[in-house]
Design a protein around this ligand. Structure first.
Ligand SMILES: [Zn+2]
Ligand SMILES: [Zn+2]
Length: 147
């Protein structure tokens, strides 16, 4: 995650204009650990930025992703989820409520590269799925919401 000065420098280096809205999307995402979807980010930002549109949030996330500042998280839900932590880490995904938690584990970082025919591996991220602490306690929510 980058602070405001680092963000400014990065945009300048990459010659991408840093608008208020782009900065707002990045700062909102880096302030959250719930791996929000574009829709969730838009919902939290629309009050403070009435001129912001969902399309702008999508485009900004795409730009930040291309700049290497934001990662997309694999999720069983249909919506893409975003992460301001781009360093290697792993996730636990709740199949009931869609909650995604970060996992930092050097044993997972050190997984041996599989031999996949002709495939040049550039990285990996392990994804465990199951029920989060809250959903595990509430049997009535044991349904997959989105597929
Ligand atoms: Zn859950
Ligand atoms: Zn994460």
């Amino acid at each position: 995650m980058k602070n405001r000065e680092e963000v400014r420098t990065l945009f300048k280096t990459k010659k991408v204009p840093l608008t208020h809205q782009r900065l707002a999307v990045y700062e909102e995402l880096s302030g959250r650990r719930d791996h929000p979807s574009a829709e969730a980010l838009y919902e939290s930002l629309r009050k403070a930025y009435p001129s912001l549109s969902l399309a702008t949030v999508y485009k900004t996330l795409q730009t930040l992703h291309e700049m290497g500042m934001v990662a997309r998280v694999d999720s069983p839900a249909a919506q893409a989820r975003y992460d301001a932590i781009v360093e290697t880490h792993h996730h636990a995904v709740c199949t009931a409520c869609g909650r995604i938690e970060d996992l930092f584990d050097p044993r997972l970082d050190a997984l041996p590269e599989p031999k996949a025919a002709g495939f040049v591996i550039s990285g990996h991220s392990v994804h465990f799925h199951g029920l989060c602490a809250k959903c595990a306690k509430a049997p009535s929510t044991r349904t997959i919401k989105e597929k």
